[in-house]
Design a protein. Structure first.
Length: 319
């Protein structure tokens, strides 16, 4: 039996969120599934050790020149997928396009979210309900990523990671400006932490100009000798470094999802996205802006994340 799973959302975080539901399909039918996902999920970098996933097929529907866009893109993707001769397809979205695609290439059994109901879909509850209805399984939202022990040990040696220190992942980047907590907040948190603990901080971020500004502010602070930047590494190279850390403090970004999935207690700084992105894992501990009761799109609270609250939660999780 050959199964295709379609997960067409962008980014690492959404891909990680869907992992338990995708794995449930594999377990139910006792066969690894194939994934159709966008390249910017970087799925190949962190799912290589996942026994529930066979091939990862890139979906290229970029706004300007994606090869799978439009009618000709539909036909090209159909040709690429037809050769696999899939028996079943599970579509984690409400798009008619993928339903038609499945029928066009002759997949006999199609399971999909309800069509035309994309608006206001809860990313986790919708997936849970879909799997419950399709498989009669109640799946908990608890993604996990596995890394070979040898990779963890190699990273420890390469980066001189000491087990005698409290190694902390700081996820200081983010996909949008409203998600990026100011550098002064992280610097104050580092200051408070070093006053009480012997810590070392690994700084994880992307490489756009705004993220590099935040990174440089921290590296030019009084605490530069207690920090190491990871922005020059790939995701697959960063994962074993994260696994060597004891705890993580991250913006709502790819690194908050990755660290929680790597079994780290992760403090998630939620400034401008729905709270479910920062509390779906039992290892996630969200902090919201001062003065807010919850957080969602357009909360715009990045300047109201309190470093003292971060430190209080950090100390509590370490105790």
């Amino acid at each position: 039996m050959k199964i295709l799973v379609v997960q067409n959302r962008m980014g690492i975080g959404d891909m990680v969120i869907f992992l338990p539901f995708i794995e449930a399909i594999s377990k139910k039918f006792d066969t690894p599934v194939n994934l159709l996902v966008k390249e910017n999920t970087k799925a190949k970098e962190y799912l290589k050790n996942n026994k529930y996933i066979d091939q990862i097929i890139n979906l290229d529907r970029n706004k300007e020149k994606g090869i799978h866009k439009g009618v000709f893109g539909f036909l090209k993707l159909s040709k690429e997928l037809k050769k696999y001769k899939f028996d079943k397809i599970f579509i984690f979205n409400s798009s008619l396009r993928y339903n038609l695609l499945a029928k066009y290439i002759g997949i006999k059994e199609i399971k999909q979210y309800p069509l035309f109901r994309k608006k206001n879909q809860h990313i986790i509850l919708t997936a849970k309900n879909f799997i419950n209805k399709s498989l009669n399984e109640d799946i908990e939202s608890d993604p996990k990523i596995l890394i070979e022990k040898s990779e963890i040990e190699n990273a420890k040696k390469k980066f001189g990671i000491s087990e005698n220190k409290i190694n902390v992942l700081l996820g200081i980047g983010g996909s949008g400006d409203t998600k990026r907590i100011p550098s002064k907040t992280f610097i104050e948190f580092i200051k408070l932490s070093l006053e009480k603990y012997d810590c070392f901080f690994f700084l994880a971020t992307g490489n756009n100009n705004k993220e590099i500004e935040i990174l440089n502010d921290i590296l030019n602070s009084n605490y530069k000798n207690k920090c190491k930047a990871l922005n020059h590494l790939t995701i697959s190279e960063i994962l074993p470094v994260i696994k060597n850390c004891k705890i993580a403090v991250c913006n709502d970004s790819s690194f908050s999802h990755l660290s929680a999935a790597l079994d780290l207690k992760t403090i998630v700084l939620m400034s401008d996205t729905p709270i479910e992105y920062g509390n779906y894992s039992p290892r996630m501990f969200p902090i919201i802006p001062d003065g807010e009761k919850s957080v969602t799109h357009d909360t715009l609270g990045k300047d109201k994340i309190n470093p003292k609250k971060i430190f209080e939660n950090f100390s509590k999780l370490l105790s």
